[in-house]
Design a binder for this molecule. Structure first.
Ligand SMILES: *Cc1c(COP(=O)(O)O)cnc(C)c1O
Length: 396
């Protein structure tokens, strides 16, 4: 498909390949392997397993369609799908780095990503320096001769700090480090890191790409050379592969991606503005608000503020702040109390005791995640209904 077409057209049309049956909607190829005309045909296809269908750990037509569609949406040459977002992180590190190599990463990371960098990869001799994502000098100063990768999430979870992708890409480039951006929070509908200088985009497709909380999935998007020469051989051998069924669910999800993300961002902005004026609320963290410290950068880098916001409740002591936060959460009747995000359903979380519960109280305090903080991943319900749902607990 012509990649110069507009995003919304690519989201619906790109990647589709029809079988001999001429089905309109993409087919699900639930088959572990593929058959050959002859022994010679099998030998030939196994020799070029990246270009032929032999076994679904390597390649599968439904997974290929998902990969081609996501590559088009991110403006990348190629994509490798994985079973989850974490499998994508494992694949980009394992296929690129080796013992002795060093990584510079934002300290504001998804919990399991932080765990992989600090506890798993370190066992294999890959060390990580964590930096404040908004401090460009910190990125620069963390570089060592053995630095091979930069890793960034923006906006961050749960405080929605926004880092300058273009500026960090220049530092990564000058250091010969591969710059990987986790684009989960914005999705390509709002932000396209490759166009801002990133080398690789990483996704948890579980979030906005599915958008309806149904399946796990992940992906890496980058140059054809990087994906086919580095990532494909790793995924083919190690097997953190996306299932064809999940790829099909994700293909359907991506068709409505920009509609959902734009509407969810508009809902989030409305709720953020309302919370900011609420007497029970200390502070609201949302890139779309003028009060956000990186508001100007966010509006330059992203099409909208995104669907995720956090807000901190008032309280004289940490115990009181926690009680207030739990009261708001427990009084909701519409919001789902769950850690997932990116869903059409609004989800509500208390980061200090759930997603960031395993982080030490000191590290939590340093990261600004207080007992009074609530994260809201805004869905497609009516924004006024969600405000009413929160008001019940906020009113005290
Ligand atoms: C959920 C998430 C991941 C991990 O993805 P899974 O699909 O759950 O493995 C990575 N990064 C971010 C920012 C996430 O929100």
């Amino acid at each position: 498909m012509d990649d110069s077409l507009n995003f919304d057209t690519l989201a619906v049309r790109s990647g589709t390949v029809r079988s001999d049956f001429n089905e309109h909607s993409e087919a699900i190829f639930l088959t572990s392997s593929f058959v050959f005309e002859s022994a010679a045909d099998a030998a030939e296809k196994f020799k070029n397993s990246e270009d032929n269908y032999t076994y679904s750990r390597f390649t599968n037509p439904t997974v290929s369609m998902f990969q081609d569609r996501l590559a088009a949406l991110e403006g990348g040459e190629a994509c490798m799908a994985t079973a989850s977002g974490m499998a994508a992180i494992m694949s980009v590190v394992m296929s690129t780095l080796q013992a002795g190599d060093h990584l510079v990463s934002s300290q504001a990371l998804f919990g399991s990503t932080l765990g992989m960098f600090s506890q798993i990869f370190s066992k294999f001799g890959i060390t990580t320096t964590f930096v404040d994502p908004t401090d460009l000098d910190a990125w620069k100063n963390a570089v060592r001769p053995e630095t091979k990768m930069f890793f960034l999430e923006t906006p961050s979870n749960p405080l929605t700090e926004v880092a300058d992708i273009e500026a960090i890409s220049k530092i990564a480039n000058a250091s010969n480090a591969l710059f990987v951006v986790d684009n989960c929070f914005c999705s390509p509908a709002l932000q396209q890191p490759l166009k801002l200088g990133a080398d690789v985009v990483m996704h948890s497709a579980t979030k906005f790409l599915d958008g309806q909380g149904r399946v796990l999935g992940g992906a890496l998007v980058g140059s054809k050379q990087f994906i086919m020469e580095k990532v494909f051989p790793f995924v083919r051998s190690a097997g953190p592969t996306l299932s064809a069924f999940n790829a099909w669910v994700l293909l359907k999800g991506m068709e409505t991606l920009s509609l959902r993300v734009e509407k969810q961002s508009a809902n989030a902005l409305e709720i953020a503005r309302w919370l900011e004026a609420h007497p029970a609320v200390n502070r609201v963290f949302y890139p779309g608000l003028e009060s956000h410290p990186q508001h100007a950068l966010a509006m330059r880098q992203q099409k909208a503020g995104g669907a995720i916001l956090s807000f901190e409740l008032k309280g004289d002591t940490p115990e009181q702040m926690r009680a207030n936060a739990w009261r708001v959460i427990d009084n909701t009747k519409i919001c789902s109390i769950t850690g997932n995000l990116g869903d059409t359903r609004t989800t509500i979380t208390h980061p200090a005791t759930t997603t960031h519960g395993r982080v030490t109280p000191e590290a939590r305090a340093a990261a600004g995640i207080s007992e009074g903080l609530i994260r809201l991943a805004v869905g497609l319900e009516n924004a006024g209904d969600i405000r009413g749902d929160l008001e019940r607990g906020l009113a005290g």
